[in-house]
Design a protein around this ligand. Structure first.
Ligand code: HAM
Length: 424
């Protein structure tokens, strides 16, 4: 293993790219503000049991994909593979449901899954998630879809599609489960190994299998929508009514089941035409039983998580990632010695006023310094030489249009006004 290579499935975000991330984070915060979601930050690791109970023992994530280890106190710890269960744990632990409901929260940060890395699928990846706790109103299901769609649109993304389904509640799902087992059992030998293993334990997960032979069997499988109880059916109709009212186009996908046990009723996924096999740029659903499962009062809830790397990949595919070039407000060139000292003082004074100031740290030639200012894309250049020091006056040059303006080296307000006028 080379010390210079990062672990498989991880990424460095380097200067030149980080600006896009920061811009996206700003957009996230602004759209969350409009929808009334407040930020919550949870630890990067939790007790393993939270995910076993919350996500479900028989899911791919818990069975195969968690980064789990014993800490030095012999406690089983897991790096969070997703943000919903930790958010629910924090909601209960901090008694966040004691005031007005629903409580609307969002999170942003790294998640960890031991998956087979490929384009758009990583072992450390970033999610932005929004969750509304304390209401069963179908309007909230639609709001949690509308919010990320507003984010995608504010980034300029097009060509994405909402897929939606209802997987009912534990009551109606029990009957559907039986039907599925009944349907799949005669085809057991045609199913892939993991579907054979899951047939009795978690038959709905078979609908999500990507293996071709399972797809063939699945074609005639019964559909959950035929088994929904009256309440679930009405709830789903409510969701579709609000989607129509919000003019959000969607596709009904009765095979959409999602890989977590906590979902009830509505589930959704947004896919981008820009991406290959890992085409989901976000997904979510309602989880009316999770808060009780984790130890809180029965509380309905619904949420969504955006895969940030995938969103950026989709934007890249549509050439929507051009940022206006940035650079320092001003580069202060000098001739070493006392002029360098003066340059450093000016840089320090203007940095304190919030401007991006640069200067030469070595004692390079004036030509090399001009080259550096250009390479950094500096808007202004100020040259401090012996004469300038003696007169306490210099000229500041606008590198874009070549215009020069005389300035006093005593008057930092004047200099700030000139070089700070550049709107970045
Ligand atoms: P999820 O479908 O597992 O749902 O993940 C949501 C999004 O995270 C995916 O649509 C995808 O964009 C991104 N994602 C997932 N795994 C990876 C990976 N290995 N590499 C890169 N991106 C990935 C959840 O995590 C649920 N907690 C969503 C939710 C919130 N449900 C209710 N509230």
């Amino acid at each position: 293993m080379a010390l210079t290579s990062r672990p498989r499935g991880t990424n460095d975000i380097i200067p030149g790219e980080i600006e896009l991330w920061l811009e996206l984070e700003e957009k996230i915060r602004s759209v969350c503000k409009a929808y009334g979601y407040q930020e919550l930050r949870t630890p990067l690791f939790e007790h393993t049991e939270l995910f076993q109970r919350g996500i479900g023992d028989a899911t791919d994530i818990v069975e195969k994909e968690m980064y789990t280890f014993m800490d030095r106190g012999e406690r089983s710890i897991t790096l969070r593979p997703e943000g919903t269960a930790p958010l629910v744990r924090a909601y209960i632990e901090n008694n966040l449901g004691s005031g007005a409901l629903p409580v609307k929260l969002f999170y942003y940060g790294p998640m960890f899954r031991y998956e087979r890395p490929q384009a758009g699928r990583y072992r450390q990846f970033t999610q932005f998630g929004c969750e509304a706790l304390g209401s069963a109103d179908p309007l909230l299901d639609v709001e949690t879809i509308a919010l990320p769609l507003a984010l995608y649109e504010s980034c300029g993304l097009s060509g994405f599609e909402v897929e939606i389904n209802s997987i009912g509640c534990p009551t109606c799902r029990a009957a559907y489960r039986e039907k599925l087992i009944e349907f799949f059992t005669p085809h057991r030998d045609d199913l892939c190994k993991s579907c054979q293993g899951r047939l009795e334990r978690n038959p709905m997960r078979l609908l999500d299998c990507k293996v071709e032979s399972c797809h063939v069997v699945m074609r005639d499988a019964p559909e959950i929508t035929e088994y929904l109880c009256t309440d679930c059916s009405e709830h789903f109709e409510g969701v579709l009514t609000y989607l129509d009212a919000f003019k959000i186009p969607y596709t009904l996908n009765s095979r959409l089941v999602r890989g977590f046990d906590y979902y009830t009723r509505t589930v959704f996924e947004v896919v981008s035409s820009e991406l290959g096999s890992q085409n989901a740029i976000g997904a979510g659903g309602r989880y009316d039983g999770l808060i009780e499962e984790v130890g809180g009062k029965p509380t309905p809830a619904v949420g969504y998580a955006v895969g940030v790397e995938r969103l950026l990949l989709a934007l890249k595919g549509q050439n929507k990632l051009q940022l206006s070039p940035t650079g320092p407000n001003c580069y202060v060139a000098h001739f070493g010695g006392a002029t360098k000292l003066k340059a450093a003082q000016i840089v320090q004074a203007l940095r304190a006023r919030g401007l991006w100031m640069e200067l030469d740290y070595g004692d390079r030639s004036m030509k090399a310094q001009m080259k550096a200012a250009n390479r950094l894309n500096s808007q202004f250049v100020l040259v401090i030489g012996e004469d300038e020091m003696a007169n306490n006056r210099a000229v500041v040059r606008n590198m874009e249009n070549g215009q020069e303006e005389p300035v006093s080296l005593e008057d930092m307000e004047q200099l700030t006004k000139i070089v700070g006028a550049w709107a970045k």
